[in-house]
Every structure is written in structure tokens, then in C-alpha cells.
Design a protein around this ligand. Structure first.
Ligand SMILES: [Zn+2]
Length: 325
């Protein structure tokens, strides 16, 4: 019943009420809307997975946020009114090309969370590999029989109900090597894609962005879902990527956003990284824990909704949670 309420009724109510209602919440909070990139073009390494906002839609989001919230830096403490801090995950090039000039013009600070393996287009994120393979299969479909043959060869259980694309989409991180085998079979060249399309930010672009109001945070080494890792590996991915940012970009404080999700992260993990991470972020909307050292963020790329609908819904959930219903 609660699940039904949350998924079906909330967007409707959120869309129907006045955007200003949340300003009447007594205590000012800082909200953390997050994106990956902004693009007017189809990106084969991203669009098969999710749809980033266009420059126009992103501009409208920023207009909405600026109207009702103060734009603050990532470590802002004393708030006089509700505030927002934007962040961008996965270190994608569009943030340099499209987002940075717009935010710089408006004087809005932001943070980009990078994966140490992807910076300078050294390696391709396994989910981006999956997207490229899905893109290829969409453009050059293969028969069910061939799909079955490929799946069996890869050791993936193939059910006729699911296409090879669906299997690729669900492939776990720990089986990511299969994507390389599949790329050879489907004649997709990941190295060439990295070289030609340069999907990720470079060190020099990141340094330039730092000079224009961006903070740089870590987002793990190669973006595993933490639910698939044991705690030792979770800690290694976190600490090593934070060290990478510290050494290369000399941020005073260590910021970290969990790859995919922070759900199910144990208290002992937070204790283990306490001296290494100053501020961490998840994806659970407006949410604060660990005495303000871990915050939720708001996914702005969901279902093509605009900032007003998304922010209203997030505040509504925040309000309901604080009432302990
Ligand atoms: Zn990410």
C-alpha cells in the first residue's frame, strides 16, 4: 500500500501543488540535485541506459532551482534559506562543454564526481560498454538463434523471453569481462570509441573547471555496485579514488558519491572511511545521516520530469519521512 502510494500518487500530488509550499518548512535545508551529463545529441554509451536532459531542459531546471533556492558550495554550513548544490557523476565530457559554461555565467557552484579509471579516457565504464553493445544490436539486429548462440557461448542463461540486449543490460559487475568477449563477436571496438568520442573529462579540463567554481569529488575507481562487493573492496574503491582526487586535484576536503546507490551500506564501512571521506552522498532524495556527513541527493534524470515535479516530490517524501509515517 505504501509502495503504491509512493510510486503512483506522489508524482500526481507533487505536480498539482504550488512550487512554493516547501519554502514554508521551518528549517532551511540544502538539497543536492544530481545529473550525469547534459546533451542535445544521442550518446551511444549513455542513451540505451538512461536519457540525459537537453541543454534547454537543464537550463529550465536551473532557472527553477535559482528562483527558490540559494546556490551554495558543497561545504556550505550556515543557511539563511533553502539552498541547492548541484553535482554530476561519472566525469563525463558534456559537463565541461555544456554545463560548466552555463553555471559559470550564472555563478552557480557545482561538484563533479569522477572515477579514477575513466579520467583522460583511459578505460570505459562497464555500463557504458553495455550501452554500446545494446546500441550496436539495435542498429544491426541479430536473429534469436544467433542471440541464443552468443549467450550460450558467454555462459549467460538465455531465456527466449529476454533479448540479448536485456541480458547485456543486467550483466553483473563481476561478470563484466564478458562484455569484452561480446564486443569482439559484435565487432565493437571499445578502445577506438574512447579515442574517437572521448566520453570522459581529462585532467586538464577538470583543472580548468576547478578554476570556474567546480569542486572535484571521487566516485570509486571503476564504478562497481557496492552491493556486489565485500566490505574490504568497498573500502579500497572508496579510499583509493579519494586519494587519487587528493593527489591530482588538491581538494582540501574529500567528497565521495557512491556509485549506483548507497543502499545497504553498513555502519562499519562508514566508520572505516571516516578519516578519509569528509562528506559522502547517496541517492535517497533529501536525507541526512552520520551527523550531516552523509547526505542524500535527488536524481534529476528520472522519467523526463522537470525540476518542479522532482523537487516537489522530494520535499513531500522528506516531509512524510520526518513525520515517521
Ligand atoms: Zn555513477
Amino acid at each position: 500500500m505504501v509502495r503504491f502510494f509512493a510510486s503512483d500518487i506522489l508524482p500526481f500530488i507533487a505536480g498539482a501543488i504550488a512550487p512554493e509550499w516547501f519554502l514554508r518548512l521551518s528549517k532551511p535545508v540544502v538539497i543536492y540535485p544530481f545529473y550525469h551529463t547534459v546533451s542535445d545529441e544521442y550518446l551511444p554509451h549513455i542513451h540505451p541506459l538512461y536519457k540525459p536532459k537537453t541543454a534547454k531542459a537543464f537550463g529550465k531546471d536551473i532557472e527553477f532551482l535559482s528562483r527558490y533556492f540559494d546556490a551554495v558550495t558543497i561545504d556550505a554550513e550556515k543557511l539563511t534559506k533553502h539552498a541547492f548544490h548541484l553535482s554530476f557523476d561519472d566525469g563525463l565530457r558534456g559537463v565541461y562543454e555544456t554545463v560548466c559554461p552555463l553555471l559559470f555565467r550564472k555563478g552557480i557552484p557545482a561538484t563533479v564526481f569522477i572515477n579514477s579509471d575513466f579520467v583522460d579516457n583511459r578505460r570505459l565504464f562497464y555500463r557504458h560498454k553495455a550501452a554500446l553493445l545494446i546500441d550496436k544490436l539495435t542498429k544491426q539486429p541479430v536473429s534469436k538463434a544467433v542471440q541464443k548462440e552468443i549467450s550460450t557461448g558467454l555462459g549467460i542463461h538465455f531465456s527466449p523471453k529476454h533479448s540479448l540486449q536485456a541480458n547485456i543490460r543486467q550483466l553483473p559487475y563481476l561478470e563484466k569481462n564478458r562484455l569484452d568477449t561480446l564486443a569482439t563477436l559484435l565487432e565493437v571496438d571499445f578502445q577506438l570509441y574512447l579515442k574517437k568520442n572521448r566520453p570522459y573529462l581529462t585532467t586538464s579540463e577538470l583543472k580548468e573547471m576547478q578554476g570556474k567554481g567546480f569542486a572535484i569529488g571521487a566516485h570509486s575507481i571503476d564504478h562497481p555496485p557496492y552491493s556486489e562487493l565485500d566490505e574490504t573492496e568497498q573500502i579500497r574503491q572508496t579510499v583509493e579514488s579519494c586519494n587519487y582526487v587528493k593527489e591530482n586535484f588538491r581538494e582540501k576536503r574529500a567528497y565521495f558519491s557512491f556509485p549506483f546507490s548507497d543502499e545497504g551500506i553498513s555502519g562499519s564501512f562508514f566508520e572505516a572511511v571516516a578519516g578519509k571521506v569528509d562528506l559522502s552522498f547517496g541517492i535517497t532524495g533529501i536525507h541526512f545521516q552520520n551527523r550531516g556527513k552523509h547526505a542524500g541527493r535527488i536524481d534529476m534524470e528520472k522519467n523526463g520530469r522537470n525540476a518542479r515535479e522532482i523537487i516537489n516530490k522530494a520535499f513531500l517524501k522528506y516531509k512524510i519521512n520526518s513525520l515517521h509515517i
